[in-house]
Write a protein that binds this ligand. Structure first.
Ligand code: SF4
Length: 328
């Protein structure tokens, strides 16, 4: 049996709002096997940030877990005290945020920030500085020893993001959560960071949860992909399954909208028509029905069941047969 580092099981989260309860996540099931990279894709509003907030236990004060849980290896995270949870952050899992300018302290040198993050290690400050410099070197920061004394504003955006990755990996986490870490970077830097991350993951053996809008990056980096739409997992599978045999109409539309998939010159980029449903009054049938080209009366009335398409590949759509083909 595959050993899991993260197991999100049947997780549902609501936000209390003046209009009523907004059901941000509903019955989420997703797993990250040890040593694997799992990507999450989906439009803004699909629930990626709420899911991350739940994993690191930093949800907004109006959030309410109504069902399910999250296991980090053997630990059920919602059963842990605040102190126990604090001990896990920056130790067994660490995080790289989208904007390194706001995740690094602007008035503390990079070196001191990288030394501070090793506060659990019983080694001298000099050894911690040497470890920090070695990690900066691994993420491709030239002349790392002398750069330890510099401040965040003295680095470019790409370098800062590499420093943020170096800091997250310095603690040798079992799980690294990377939330759109390359979105703010230009394409060349994005490629460099992806390759660096892949190398480091292979050498450290950690697992990665990688969130991105960029399908090309997900295809390049990840082993498995989870597709989310409006607070639900609609499809998940290996990178090959998702990119070569997408079975849910939403996944198919997402792939069609990837600019890299457009082979001819055009001024009109494809889009998915319509907008996300109101999650205060969640539709009773398929969550994608309003925007789906294949929607039938059944889709508007009844929730589709999960179809297991192969050992690793599943999708929730009324039109799926066991082979994963869509009926015309
Ligand atoms: Fe489209 Fe119906 Fe499948 Fe939903 S269940 S994705 S509406 S075909």
């Amino acid at each position: 049996m595959t050993e899991l580092i993260l197991d999100v099981h049947d997780l549902s989260i609501d936000y209390r709002t003046p209009r009523g309860k907004l059901k941000a996540l509903r019955n989420i099931n997703m797993q990250i096997p040890k040593g694997k990279i799992v990507g999450i894709v989906g439009e803004s509003g699909c629930g990626k940030s709420t899911l991350i907030g739940a994993i690191i236990n930093l949800l907004a004060s109006n959030a309410e877990v109504t069902k399910g849980g999250i296991k980090l290896a053997e630990d059920e995270l919602f059963n842990l005290s605040k102190k126990q949870m604090q001990a896990l952050r920056g130790d067994r899992f660490s995080m790289v945020f989208q904007d390194p300018m706001t995740s690094l302290n602007p008035v503390v040198s990079i070196g001191n920030q990288m030394i501070d993050i090793q506060y659990r290690d019983k080694i001298s400050k000099k050894e911690k500085a040497a470890k920090a410099a070695a990690m900066l070197d691994k993420v491709g920061i030239p002349d790392p020893e002398s750069r330890l004394s510099q401040y965040p504003h003295e680095f470019s955006g790409g370098m800062l993001q590499r420093i943020a990755i170096a800091m997250a990996l310095l603690v040798e986490p079992e799980l690294l959560i990377a939330d759109e870490p390359t979105t703010a970077l230009d394409a060349t830097l994005e490629v460099q960071i992806i390759y660096r991350l892949k190398e480091l993951q292979a050498s450290q053996g950690c697992s990665i949860l990688f969130i991105s809008h960029h399908l090309g990056v997900i295809a390049e980096l990840c082993d498995e992909v989870v597709v989310m739409y409006s607070g639900e997992v609609v499809e998940k599978g290996s990178v090959r399954d998702i990119f070569h045999n997408p079975s849910h109409p939403y996944t198919q539309k997402l792939l069609q909208c990837d600019p890299a998939a457009i082979k001819h010159k055009t001024r009109d980029l494809p889009t998915i028509l319509g907008s996300l449903p109101d999650l205060i009054e969640v539709p009773k049938g398929c969550i994608f029905a309003e925007r789906c080209d294949f929607a039938s009366a059944n889709c508007h009335e009844n929730k589709p069941k999960v179809s297991q398409l192969n050992d690793n590949h599943m999708a929730s759509c009324h039109l799926l047969n066991e082979a994963g083909a869509l009926y015309a």
